[in-house]
Structure formats: structure tokens, C-alpha cells
Design a protein around this ligand. Sequence first.
Ligand SMILES: Cc1ncc(COP(=O)(O)O)c(C=O)c1O
Length: 386
Amino acid sequence: MNLAKDGALSSKLPWVGTTIFTVMSKLASDTGAINLSQGFPGFDCSPELVALVEKYLRTGFNQYAPMAGVPALREALAQKTDQLYGVSYHPETEVTVTSGATEALFAAITAVIRPGDEAIVFEPAYDSYVPAIELNGGIPVFVTLAPPTYAIDWEDVRGKITDKTRLLIVNTPHNPTGRVWTADDLAQLAALVHQRDIWIVSDEVYEHIRFDGRPHLSLATHPVLQERTFVCGSFGKTFHVTGWKIGYCLAPKALTAEFRKIHQYLTFSTVTPIQYALADYLKNPEPYETLPAFYEHKRDLFLDSLRGSRFQFQPTEGSFFQTVSYQSITDEPDYDLAIRLTKEIGVASIPVSVFYRQKNDFKILRFCFAKNDDVLLQAGERLCRL
Ligand SMILES: Cc1ncc(COP(=O)(O)O)c(C=O)c1O
């Protein structure tokens, strides 16, 4: 029954309201605070990439793209994945271009989850996973990770697997904690899912943003995992174009066939001229090969500027987020402190409790350092006043 007593539509996601990202960004703009809350770059993308998009816009590439994506882009993605990770995905049957990683995640989750199925979610978790599970009638089963290391307790995971478990969601490098999966994590997961009907959605949108020489260990690199994984990626984070909402899914043929059945009725296809432009732009590996150093500089600059503060932190391993503990400064709830910092100090952040279902408050704030250097230095200076 869709009608509540007063005739209003009863919500399928009653616990979902305005997201914290909207709340904090609005507060930052209303108060003139430096906005380190939402995860998007404060600088523009490459002019070369813009010129390529313009070229295709002006030369008639403006009608529907093929449902699975422009062949040249699928080929470029397959080639890049082979070169970087030594794994081959067939561009015709195993690579699909999507409208952002968000669409890829939703389609992959929808392809797997039926009513009553259980999906294991590590929390803190990016906010789109759980609604997608629940809209499909699935039940999220949470494995809680805690600071300072956010390491996975694999015995805990094992204990949560039941006959109903059909899906496990991975995110490496991780938003919000920056944690990067290790070879041991991959081996532990492979041992758990081996010979079970459990599929994996691996959110790897920050694959090119990891630090201190750490490799990105795509789940595609482990054969036991590769055969059951939907790898979801995004060009938004890699090329500073989050507003273009263009991503992709790599998955073995049988999984891709089911994935595309959903994709073709969610969006059917994705913006055409940008696909052609990205296919050309991907021929040069330099932009993504230089990305770790580009962001490592920003991470270090931001952390150096915080050294005189009373915040405690471990340098983030990957992503463009840095979490900090304020445990030794105040015992205010993290939500309240994030609001107060925005209003009084002029720096907006995200309270990490929002990434937990039970709103676990470990006294941690998340800052996005994908901003210009002068902005990061100014934010650091202000935060040292606390
Ligand atoms: C972990 C994670 N996954 C997915 C996305 C969404 O990617 P897209 O903008 O390509 O939909 C984001 C964006 O912030 C993210 O942080």
C-alpha cells in the first residue's frame, strides 16, 4: 500500500533526508566559510580535455551513444586496465560506460539483490550503497570499522556471512577514511567468498589517488575475486570533472550481461561527446600517472598546516580526504562541532558519524583537500585556532 493515512505517498526510504553534504555546503556558502566538506576539486580540469569535448560537440557527436558506451572509450578502458593491472576485460562484452560511478553502483547492486538478500557493507560507508540495497528489498549487514586504523576484522566479517548473503561492497581507496586495501585484505576476502554465491561490488573511484608509493590493488587483480566482481570507476575524480557524471563498470561477461539489462532501463546510454573526448584523452597516461604526486603534495601541505593544532591524525593512505580526531580538544558530538567550526572558525567539514547507520561518534571530522594550495593553508591556519 503506497498511500499513508493522510493520502501522502509513504516513503520507501523513510530514514533518508537532506544529506549532510547539502547541509554543510549551504552553511559554508551562507557563512562564507572555506568549504572542505563536499568531495570535489576546487580547480578546473585540463584545457586539453575541454578542447576535445568541444571538438566533438562541434562536429556532430550529439546523438545517443550505443547503450554500452562508445566503442573507442570501452577499448581505451580495457587497454588501460590491462596495462595497469594485467587483467583483460573484453571491450564488447565486459566494459560498460555509465552516468557516473553512482549509476554503475546502483545497476550492479540491482543486478544482484533480490528481496530478503543480505549485503555486507563496511561502515563508515559512502552514502549511495545502502539505499540501493534497500530499494531492491535487500538487507544491509554492517561491519563496523573504527579509528585510528579502520582495519577490517575478518573474523567479524566471517561471522556475518549467512546463507542469505549475496553481496559484499568494497571501497578502496576508501571514502571517508582514505584506507587502501592490502594484499592480505584481498586474500582474506577471496578465502571467504570462494565457492559461495556471493558477488562483489568494488567501488574504485579513487584508484589513482593513493599515497606514499602504495599500489592500488584492484579486486580485478585477484582471480577468485575478479570472476565475481563488478568494478565501478569514475572519470570525475581522476580528471577533476565530477560535474560530468561519467563512470564505468568492468565485470566478467555473464555479470555484465545482467548489469546491462539494468543500465539500459536506468539511463540507456551516457553523454556522447564526452565519451569520444575521454577515449582520446586516455591515450596519454600522464594525467593519471601524475595524480598521486599531485594530491600527495596537497595532503602534506594541509597536514603541515595542521601541525600546530591539537587535532590528531595519521596521513591518509588514499582518496582526497583526510580524517582528523578532535578527541583531545573537546567531547562535543562531531555533528555539532562541524557546524560550530563552520560558523566560528570558517572551515566546513563532514562529521564522520554520518557514514555510520547508528551514527557512531568517534570524534572524527573529514576534510577534503582537493583544493588550491592557498585555500588549504588558510584553512589550516584557521583550524589551528581551535
Ligand atoms: C566512494 C565514492 N563512490 C562513488 C562516488 C560517485 O562517483 P560519480 O560522481 O562518478 O557518480 C563518489 C563521489 O563522491 C565516492 O566518493
